[in-house]
Design a protein around this ligand. Sequence first.
Ligand code: ADP
Length: 306
Amino acid sequence: MKAIQTLGLTKQYRRGEPACDHISLTVNQGEIFGLLGPNGAGKSTLVKMLAGLVAPSAGTARVLGFSFKELVPRRQMGYLPELFRYPPWLTAEEVLTFHAGLLRTRIGADDRDQLLARVGLEGRGRERVRAFSKGMQQRLGLAVALVGKPALVLLDEPTSALDPIGRFEVGRLLQDLKREGTTIFLNSHLLSDVEKLCDSVALIDKGRVVYQGSLKDAIYGGVRRYRLQVDQLTAEAARAVQASIPHVVIQWGDGGRAEIGVGLMRPELPGLVAQLVSLGARVYEVEPDHSSLEEWFLSRVGKDTR
Ligand code: ADP
């Protein structure tokens, strides 16, 4: 069984072009799936249809094996909407208890504390939503999505209000959930998050799927660009590296410092680092070149957002 399978899923709001136009996609169980696309592409509409909040105009979907008519049992699916607000006078604990009630279940004090700790709100359960920063509210939203210990979570921009540390922590939480077997459907415009976390992606533009598959295959076809920061690189060492790998670009800094740009398969990287070290250079950083991800994104979506 697939976690999600849609066939020709279409939503036509009253005006304009369809927000989702015959979307057919598959999300495997236990994977982190990323839905990418520019603003207005139809991402939120798709997530809302999957969550059962917006009725499709045409097409079908199965979510955890259930059709739209059957509705997914609510405890099995968690949903973090893009824009949400909890009543400011409730405490974090009360918000969780309330949502457990909506799922017709109870949440014990221990489970509640554990859940809050999981999203980085340890010890904050008695504080009111009013006093929470945007980032804390987003963490609470994540906790709410996980109240029923769901098999599938739909997350609409879960990290948009978070600072880099928050994003890192949420990324780790999503990987933990994946290890526990949870399927995660992540809707995000943060390309680097998607690149780091997702096993497969779909890119939608103007309501249509323009790519579905692995992100790495799409962008790099196996080869991708890396940047290495080194120092003590001699001209001789630079020539040796250029002779052994094609398409090496070296930008020199002061005193033997240099940035080396290469296009390589990942398994070839350790060899390059070893070669540099054996030639007397010191390697400080090796990082994938993210600009190629943005280029890929822009090359595949229309620039005229609606
Ligand atoms: P995304 O999440 O990718 O930014 P949305 O699904 O929010 O895209 O929007 C897709 C299109 O559908 C946009 O043109 C938007 O204006 C339109 N749209 C979204 N929600 C509604 C609605 N409730 N009524 C009418 N049009 C809508």
